[in-house]
Ligand binder design. Structure first.
Ligand code: SF4
Length: 238
């Protein structure tokens, strides 16, 4: 076994903002990569707990810079107390806060959830709009959140690029890009249309559990044969 002095340095797999970037896959290879993920998980689902478009919207707003698991620990009690936009607006930021104190940025998120609930009541008759422009006009809702809601709640073929998809798109060469928007546009162009809606889930789950930030677990990657990453990790750490 090599000593610490002689052991080769571990490859730097990049950071969230500047992930390693591989050569762009040709279209047929990109399709094969996505189909490999699809075959391994034919019915992917979001991991967030929700009951309807409103609770999904709130859960996604709460999930910014926090794990889905952390959100799921606090939303059942919050949704039981305020299952509708009117009830959430009545609870207000001060009433929402105690339910979500365990997650990051809870004060700003409580204000946003209260404000977006009020706007849903006042401008949309208490319903979540199935429309990107109207969604992005709500407090605390950006392009990524709108894409998740349009995809999961309304069945639209959108691609929400979070930190996992941004890293994966760059690292494996599926959709390299300098910004989440560049990665999103490339993925939308390259993904077979019939797979686009579920591709959002396949890629997030793959980035979260296999092609991980600190080091990808390529030895158990079902799409390894189609990946262009040069520093694949082909065996678990000893
Ligand atoms: S082979 Fe490795 S780097 Fe490529 S997609 Fe799979 S886990 Fe990620």
């Amino acid at each position: 076994m090599p000593s610490a002095k002689t052991r080769p340095p571990r490859p730097d797999h990049g950071s969230a903002r500047t992930p390693r970037r591989a050569r762009l896959m040709p279209p047929a290879q990109a399709e094969a990569f996505i189909r490999a993920l699809a075959t391994a998980n034919p019915a992917p689902q979001t991991e967030l707990i929700y009951h309807d478009p409103f609770t999904l919207l709130v859960a996604v707003v709460l999930s910014a810079q926090t794990t889905d698991a952390a959100v799921n620990r606090c939303t059942p009690a919050l949704f039981a107390a305020a299952p509708t936009p009117a009830a959430m607006a009545a609870l207000g930021a001060e009433g929402i806060g105690p339910y979500i104190r365990s997650i990051g940025l809870w004060q700003a998120k409580a204000r946003n959830v209260a404000a977006l609930s009020r706007e849903l009541v006042e401008k949309h008759g208490g319903a979540v709009p199935a429309d990107r422009e109207a969604l992005e006009a709500l407090p605390g809702v950006g392009r990524k959140t709108a894409n998740v809601v349009l995809n999961v709640a309304f069945g639209q073929s959108t691609m929400a690029v979070d930190t996992h998809i941004f890293r994966l798109g760059n690292r494996c060469g599926l959709a390299p890009g300098k910004t989440p928007r560049e990665v999103e546009e490339r993925l939308v162009k390259r993904c077979p249309p019939e797979l686009l809606r579920d591709a959002h889930h396949w890629l997030i789950l793959h980035g979260r559990y296999v092609c991980k930030a600190r080091a990808p677990e390529c030895w158990r990657c079902v799409a390894r044969a189609f990946c262009n990453y040069r520093d694949k990790v082909l065996a678990p750490p000893a």
